[in-house]
Design a protein around this ligand. Structure first.
Ligand SMILES: [Zn+2]
Length: 155
């Protein structure tokens, strides 16, 4: 059901806006995470249709009003790299999450994604050299990443 198409709710919303005594924001499940979705994202993974994946201006990935990581073949993507572009177009459903990587392997982070973001000076040229790319993966911290790119909530 689309809340914005519902006559009764629209009238209700108008009435609430007219009320000067208080601000009241309607929860919009099309754009805001439900409690169940937050739980699923945080504790593991959520399967979602690829059309629901959002690409933010900074090239990070989002679902509704949270940034997310996307898991595919044990790789964890944080940005719109070429792999994610192809998954988005060829895969019907995507596995996404917000908590620590389920396998707890920071080495699973996709370096292409970090290069897209130029995260901590990572760029495509350096990635071709193994002596650079291995330590980057080992030292990657999702917690630190979230300080630069807060996950939830985003607008
Ligand atoms: Zn990637």
């Amino acid at each position: 059901m689309d809340f914005f198409q519902d006559e009764g709710l629209n009238r209700l919303r108008e009435r609430m806006r007219a009320d000067e005594l208080g601000h009241f924001e309607l929860f919009d499940p099309a754009r805001q995470l439900t409690y169940a979705e937050r739980e699923a994202l945080d504790s593991g993974m959520l399967n979602t249709g690829s059309q629901t994946l959002r690409i933010l201006k900074d090239k990070t990935l989002a679902f509704k009003n949270t940034r997310i990581w996307l898991c595919h073949d044990q790789d964890y993507h944080l940005a719109y790299c070429q792999k994610v572009q192809s998954l988005r177009h060829h895969q019907e459903s995507l596995q996404i999450g917000t908590g620590t990587f389920p396998s707890n392997r920071n080495e699973g982070v996709c370096l292409e994604c970090l290069a897209v973001l130029q995260y901590q000076g990572v760029d495509a040229r350096r990635l071709r050299r193994a002596e650079f790319s291995e330590p980057i993966r080992e030292q990657f911290s999702l917690e630190a990443f979230k300080q630069d790119y807060p996950f939830y909530p985003i607008i």
